[in-house]
Design a protein. Sequence first.
Length: 134
Amino acid sequence: MNVLRLLLSQKTKELSDRAKAEDDLKKAAKELGATVKTTDFVLPDGQVPDLGNLSGPAAVVFSMKPGEISGPIENGNTGAVLSLLEKQELPHRILLLRRIRSATLFFKVSSRKLFGLFVQNVREQMQKIRQDQD
């Protein structure tokens, strides 16, 4: 299963890198076959469907500026890249909590798909080795 986690990690990093290079999370997601989901405003103690509690690795979104794209975020069998669309400061009397809306990209991969990616990766590596030997 470590190979599957490695592949998920690589694909999530690839997604983050491509989204940052193109400055377009939706376009990068489409190119890599990932799904884009947009949330409503979320508080730091809130939950995001498929991502979970925002107090974990996804809490990085609260330090981002609108338009920024996060690095890869992993949560078990799910990888995500976040893009902050908008944030609003709450009144001081509500503990200065930030409300945000974030575009979340979930790269969910089934074990079968991850195994297929693994096999594809092995084939590509073997082709490179053959080309180097020729």
